[in-house]
Design a protein around this ligand. Structure first.
Ligand code: GLN
Length: 186
């Protein structure tokens, strides 16, 4: 989806892959595994430093969990990157069978609500003073937040093929003009 919007895309698995990045997506998946892999491959600190320096980021589902400053229901020892001043509860909707698609209106995304998928999704249970809530469910549950150039959503926005949230992110990256400079990977 990002390539279709004109972005050059590469996978980030090692610290060297951060070099020159203008933005990063932390996708859905399993946050406890991502947390372990970040440490095993020495990516945790350089990624955290790049994000703290203002590297634009879109975190979706497990990616939102990774961006949080505080976790509820993490596995033992699970940490997160502390980019968004929020508390996020893992698996807040129940198990995989409780996954579903729905329409969500998102601040900054024009047009009709976006069709998105909640897949063993988290919820934002606390929002810090610098954080803007950009998406909620009908019951008021917070499922999308923004803090500066960091965007976090509890759902998968990429499954239904509607690229409007990705457009917002690409525009954020363009405007930020950020580039990860030489990293100390030793
Ligand atoms: N439940 C997963 C986790 O805790 C997130 C699921 C997802 O990203 N779709 O990381």
């Amino acid at each position: 989806m990002l390539e279709e919007l004109g972005a050059h895309v590469r996978e980030v698995r090692l610290p060297a892959h951060l070099e020159g990045l203008n933005g990063i997506v932390i996708p859905g998946g399993e946050s406890s595994v991502m947390d372990k892999l970040l440490r095993i491959f020495n990516l945790y600190e350089p990624l955290r430093d790049a994000l703290a320096a203002g590297l634009p980021v879109l975190g979706t589902c497990a990616g939102l969990i990774m961006l949080a400053s505080e976790l509820e229901d993490g596995i033992k020892g699970q940490e997160s990157l502390g980019v968004l001043d929020v508390t996020v509860r893992r698996n807040a909707f129940g198990s995989q069978v409780d996954s579903y698609e729905t329409d969500v209106a998102i601040t900054g995304v024009s047009g009709p609500p976006l069709r998105v998928a909640f897949i063993r999704a988290p919820l934002v249970t606390r929002v810090g003073p610098e954080v803007e809530v950009i998406a909620t469910l009908p019951g008021g549950e917070v499922v999308g937040v923004r803090q500066g150039t960091a965007l976090g959503v509890a759902f998968h926005p990429e499954i239904t093929g509607d690229d409007r949230l990705h457009r917002v992110f690409v525009e954020t990256v363009r405007q930020a003009g950020f580039s990860v400079a030489t990293l100390q990977t030793a």
